[in-house]
Structure formats: structure tokens, C-alpha cells
Design a protein around this ligand. Sequence first.
Ligand code: SAH
Length: 366
Amino acid sequence: MAKTEILGLSFEEIESVIVGLGLPRYRANQIYHWLYKRQTHSFFGMGNIPKELRETLNAQLSISLPKMIKARISKDGTRKFLLELPEKKRIEVVAIPQHRHKDRRYTICLSSQVGCPLRCAFCATGQSGFERDLTAGEIVGQLVVAEREIRKREKIAHSEKVLSNVVFMGMGEPLLNLDAVLKAIEIINDERGIGIGQRHITISTAGIIPGIEMLAASKLQVTLAISLHAATDEQRSSLIPVNRRFSLEPLMEAVNDYIRKTGRRVTFEYVLIKGINDSAADAVRLAKMVNSLLANLNLIPYNPTDVCEFQRPDQETINSFYALLKNKGVNVTFREEMGADIEAACGQLKGRLARYKQENDIIRPK
Ligand code: SAH
């Protein structure tokens, strides 16, 4: 008989699996605690569970984590991990240090799919196509493996929190795999385990309207981030092909509706690309669009990838674009560029080993 996989199950679901095995409910508490508070992912390491019972659990249940293939660290402290799933498919996960926590806390950037079907012109992930959705267990598994690795490398005690925020800004489009993403969020949010608050979780989307509507209906207090990148349909469709299906007007309506239903401020992301969307006229249109809603704007100077000819605007253009928005009263910030030297910045994730091999600073995890 196949074992029951418990990574990706909620606390209550693990409880019912345990009860189904004829065991007392509190064993589920113990297992959940070991898994998510003590980074123990083998039943044999679960000290307060009797030996014979560990054998039974191990015969009936499994805990399958993605395999860590490579771990790299940027000069700014950003860590990137290449993980392998059972059929040898590979994904990347990035951990970005929070300077205000003296670098001991990280924002973790999770992938939701292997590859991506959206093929945005400026993003490396979609260029090699879409392979499959991740399961909730695989999404949580990324976080678990990354957290364990960080704790080990930095010798951080179990009692100290390591992950402060989660952003679904890795590989893939989270709103095209919403069921698994929501399930993963339920687990990540659970105080009895990982315990990251909903307000510290961000879902970034290229603008999948049905997904935004479902998220609004879920009433979750997570942050919604919209990859806007252009303020006209013509411009946006050339950068983000899915804009042909979900164009700006209905997208803005859906976002407005989301704000009304959840009371949450949304974030718009805008990748600044030289000569494409960085003019004063672009800034004026953008300001109008963002100011009509309860929203922040996050500017991301384009990060180079090897999939397109785009370039980052020069600093002067970036500064005047910012100043113009600021003048118009937009709540605008820059996304700090982190991890670019190890291709861990936005849009640079591809999930391949080749680029790791070229570098000298590979860390070989044991
Ligand atoms: N599919 C989701 C999440 C993916 S990536 C989405 O589209 O939002 C997270 C952010 O990185 C998105 O805003 C994406 O547009 C941006 N991004 C992609 N490629 C980039 C690049 N080369 N430089 C800067 N940001 C990029």
C-alpha cells in the first residue's frame, strides 16, 4: 500500500490521518511540531514518540522534501537554492535577508510552478516553457528545505524565527495554481507550525482575473501584487502576452473589487525597461492609474537575463521616472536589487544547473 504523504496536509488533515491509524490525536501535535518547529523530517528523529510507533509511522506515512542540489550565496547575503523534485524537475527558491533584522531574518521567494506558461518578454522563467504545477506539499517543501539549510549554515537555534515574509515571486504564475498555493498558505500561516502571518505573505500575479476574484472571495489578508509594467494595453500586451486575454480595464476593475472586498492595499510592480516603458508620458499614465486605487507602486529596474535584448534604463532616467511619480503623489518605492550576482533577482530564475556550474562560489550541501 502506498504511504500517505503528510507534507502538504493541514494540521487537521494530519490529525485525521493519525486518528485513522488508531492513534491518539496528540501524536499529530507532536509530529507537526517536529516537522515545522524543529526541522525534523524523519519519524526516527522524533524524540518524544516511542520507538515502535516511529516504525509504524514510517511504514504508513512519508515526508517527501525536494532534494537540495545546490546552494549559493550572493555578496549581499541573498541565498539561492536549486531544488529537485521526484521526476528530476528542478525549481529555484530564493531567501533575501532583511536588513532591519540584522540579516538574521529572511523573506523567502517561492515558486508555484515548474517553468511558467505566460512567456513574459522580459522574464527568464517562461522562456523554456511550462512543465507542471507544484503541489501544496512541494510549495511548503521549498520553504522547509530552505529554512533548514539557513539554520544549519548560520547556526540559528530552533527558538529563533528565521523567516519573516513569504512572496510568491519565484518561478510560475501563482494564480494559475491557486488551489495548491492557498493550501500551502494555510500551512505556512498555521501558528502551530511555520506561523507566518497572512499580512506577511504576498502573491504576485501577471493579472489572471479569475484568480484575483477567487482570492478576493477567500477574504485572506495576504498582499496582492500585480505585475503591471505598462499603462496601455498595446504596450502591456507586447510585454505580457496574457494581457490580450485579461486587458487593463477589466484587470483594474478586478483589483478595485479586491480592495473593496478585502480592505487591503495592493502593490503594483513595474519593471523599468530602457526605451520601452520609461518615458515621462509612461510615468504620467502610470500615476493616474495607480492613484485611482488604494495602492503602492514598486519600481523594479530591469534585471538582465539571457533571454532578451532589453536593458535597464540609465540612473538618470530611473530617477526622473521616480520623481515624476512622487510629484504626482504616488506611493512609490524601489525594489532593492538583491542577489543579481548569483542570478537570484526578479525574473532571473530558470531552475537549471548549467549556470551554477559556471561559478566558483558553489556551496555543496552535505
Ligand atoms: N508570475 C508572477 C510572479 C513572477 S515574478 C507575476 O508575474 O507577477 C515576480 C516579479 O518579477 C514580477 O513582477 C515579474 O514581472 C518580475 N520580473 C520578471 N522578469 C524580470 C526581470 N528580468 N527584471 C525585473 N523584474 C522581473
